[in-house]
Every structure is written in C-alpha cells, then in structure tokens.
Design a protein around this ligand. Structure first.
Ligand SMILES: [Zn+2]
Length: 424
C-alpha cells in the first residue's frame, strides 16, 4: 500500500454524509450501542431524558446513607480509582469536600503514558486534598505485548489500560479490605450499556460486558503463550467474585448519585485545586479538559476514526448538542475541521509495537464498522502538542519480535477463515 496523506485544505471524508446520524446529537450509526428511533433520536439522547427526570435529592440522600454505612469502620473509608483526569479528580474533590472527615485511598493505575501536565495536576491535587496514594505501573515489556495483541484482535490497543484501571483497584480493595469503591461518571453518559434508571454497579458483569473487549486475563495468557507468563497478567485480572462478596464490596459511580455536569465540574477543580487543562491531538483547544491523561489518546481517537468514521470532536459535540451549548451547524464545522487527521503520536505507537504504518492501516481497517469506509488518501496531518517532545520514544518491540507475535496470532485467530479480515 502506498501512503498518500493529503495536505490539501479539503475536508476529506470527515463528517461523512454516508453515515446515518442522530437528529439531535449527530452521533453516527457506527457508535457502539447506538440505536436510532422513529424520530431519528438515539438511545443515548433518550437516556439523558431519563436523567432529567431523576429525583436527584433522593439520590443525594442515598449517597449520605452509603457514606455513613462505611465511614470509620475500615482502614480507609473508600477506594477512589484515580487517573487524574477531570472525572476522577472531581470525584475525589467532591467526596472530600462534602464529607470532610472522609479518608479515602486513592489508587492510580499508571498505563505508561501519563502526560507531564497530568502528573503535575495529580501532585497538586494530592497535596491540596491530603490523601494516601497507591500508585502502580505495570511492566512495560508486558504492556507492549498486550498492546499489540489487543490491537490485532480488536483494533483497540488499550486492553491493558481498560482492564488495569478497573481490575487493579478491586485487587487493592481486597488486599486492604476496603469494601466501598467510588468511580466517577456512569457509562449512561456516553453509551447505552446501562441506563440512568438504575444506579450502575461497577462489577465483574460490567467488566466483561464492555471493559475487557471480551478478552479475559486468562485468554490473554493463552494467546501470548511463550511471550509472557501467568504472573504478568495478574494486574489485569478481575478478582474472584466470591472474594469480593466475602468483603461485602460496593462498587458504585458518584454520577449515579449526583447529576454529572462536566463543564461546571472542570471550572470547580480548576479554581479550587489548580487543576490545569491541556491540548489533546486533533481536538479543539476549548475542550482542553477532556482526555488529557494519556499521550496515546491521539492514536486511540485516530483508530476510532478508521474503524467508525468519527472520533472525539463528534463525541464532544454530541454532549454540547444535548445540552444546547452548540448549534448543529457549528458542531458540523468543528467535526470537519478536526477529524480525519493523522496524529503525530502514531510514530511513537508504531515504535512501541514494532509494526509499520502500512501494517497499522491494514490491521485497523480490518476492524472497520460497516457502512463506514476509511480512505487513507483523505487524511490530513495533525499538529504536535506542545509537550510532544517529552513523550517517551522507542523501547518498543523489535520488528522481529512483533512479527513473531503476529505470526502466532495469525495461526490461531478465528477470523482467518474469512481471510479478508485478517491483517497478516
Ligand atoms: Zn443522539
């Protein structure tokens, strides 16, 4: 394949008219879990209508009761899984402000790509609020293997992050014997896996439903036989339900108890904690509070564009459209300008997993969601973020190591029967 990345001012295929979109929020039919009703309104928008009807006062009272039930009885009152992004920062801030005597244990799973500004934010927040922090970083050599494998199988290299972020704090909960775990926003904000009617339990069912991409730690171990061993996948393993039940665990989202209002929350944490935003690749700067924690975000968004024909600007526009904060015309304009750009961080990703850019497109397009059709020639170059030079380079799989792993995958992958969807 010859790569021709367009430098022209043309908007390419971004905001493709070929995709059906929600009449209200413009999310396209390729968005996971999206269903459009007779009026052309999507189920995520409909879920937000439910949100407006919720008796939030009653939910507040439930939160008070929940805290009361657990406070002062364990080594810590609760565990707060923490990335340092806007949602977990808000969760920590809100709970500590509302319940001044609360003693949480903050658990940070470091996925390996924490940006400099994000680290500084975390340090400031921890100091200002005064909390114990449990910080864990998994082995980078293992992470590389997991990234390549998940990318091959699902077109999503973030398996280690999805699973680690949700599984590891549960392991800490068990180890420290702290039954109450507080997550941030409920998934009903963005997808229709769960509705707002029922407070969402962040449990194993949810983990298997959409967090782990249908690949358990056990599956990963089998697939990476010879490359990693049993202990290497431990941080990504969801603890046994029996043990969690023995602990009497409660794993909940703060957003099930208080209405989630991102823009207000960001304003508060900026003002009170000195939390600072950051530029994210191919996202308008006015959204500098969104997904600022990971320097691989640009690649993640780019893969979504290749697979589904839309990416973060669409997602951000959808939220603002639902809240009447942007017109459809301006939303369309923003999507056209920022989507369909090749992120500079792709160069780093290719080094990490030891593959060429041609292989990258071949693998990513094999996971394309119909009716979207990605065309590499329509791409435009994205811009470097100001901290780009500080992102770690190299130290990835060699070409030979990657080839070996791809070879092993090709031998066993079930999709090989329909050879066109196989990237090898
Ligand atoms: Zn919608």
């Amino acid at each position: 394949m010859i790569l021709e990345i367009g430098q022209s001012e043309s908007m390419g295929k971004a905001f493709s008219k070929e995709l059906k979109r929600c009449n209200r929020c413009l999310l396209p039919e390729t968005h996971e879990t999206l269903v459009l009703d007779k009026e052309g309104i999507c189920n995520v928008c409909r879920a937000q209508e439910v949100k407006a009807e919720i008796d939030w006062e009653k939910r507040h009272e439930e939160l008070d009761k929940l805290i009361e039930e657990y406070q002062g009885k364990y080594k810590y009152d609760c565990i707060i899984p923490f990335s340092g992004g806007k949602d977990s920062t808000w969760t920590l801030y809100y709970l500590m402000k509302k319940y001044p005597k609360l003693k949480p244990l903050v658990v940070r799973f470091n996925h390996g790509f924490l940006r400099p500004n994000l680290r500084a934010n975390c340090d400031r927040v921890f100091r200002k609020l005064g909390v114990d922090v449990h910080d864990f970083t998994p082995n980078w050599k293992v992470v590389q293997r997991l990234m390549l494998q998940a990318f091959l199988e699902k077109g999503d290299f973030c398996w280690h992050c999805h699973t680690g972020i949700f599984a590891y704090p549960m392991q800490v909960a068990l180890k420290e014997e702290v039954p109450l775990i507080f997550w941030g926003e409920p998934s009903a904000e963005y997808t229709a896996y769960y509705s707002y009617d029922q407070p969402e339990q962040v449990d194993e069912e949810r983990f298997n439903r959409f967090v782990n991409l249908g690949i358990s730690a056990e599956d990963m171990l089998i697939r990476l036989d010879g490359f990693i061993d049993e202990r290497d996948v431990e941080p990504f393993r969801y603890p046994e339900l029996e043990k969690l039940r023995g602990l009497g665990y409660r794993s909940v989202c703060l957003g099930s108890y208080i209405p989630w209002d991102v823009k207000m929350q960001v304003g508060k944490i900026k003002q009170d904690l000195g939390w600072e935003g950051d530029i994210v690749e191919n996202v308008p700067s006015e959204f500098n509070y969104e997904k600022i924690e990971c320097w691989m975000q640009g690649v993640r968004d780019f893969i979504k564009y290749i697979k589904r024909g839309y990416t973060r600007p669409t997602h951000l526009a959808a939220i603002d459209l639902r809240n009447n904060r942007i017109s459809q015309q301006n939303a369309e304009k923003m999507i056209k300008e920022y989507e369909g750009r090749r992120p500079k961080s792709l160069d780093l990703f290719l080094e990490y997993v030891g593959i060429s850019e041609e292989e990258f497109y071949s693998i990513a397009t094999s996971h394309q969601v119909s009716p979207w059709k990605f065309d590499v020639k329509e791409l435009r170059e994205g811009e470097k973020t100001p901290d780009y030079e500080q992102w770690l380079k190299g130290d990835g799989l060699s070409e030979a190591e990657a080839e070996n792993q791809i070879g092993q995958w090709a031998k066993t992958c079930s999709t090989c029967e329909s050879s066109e969807s196989c990237a090898s």
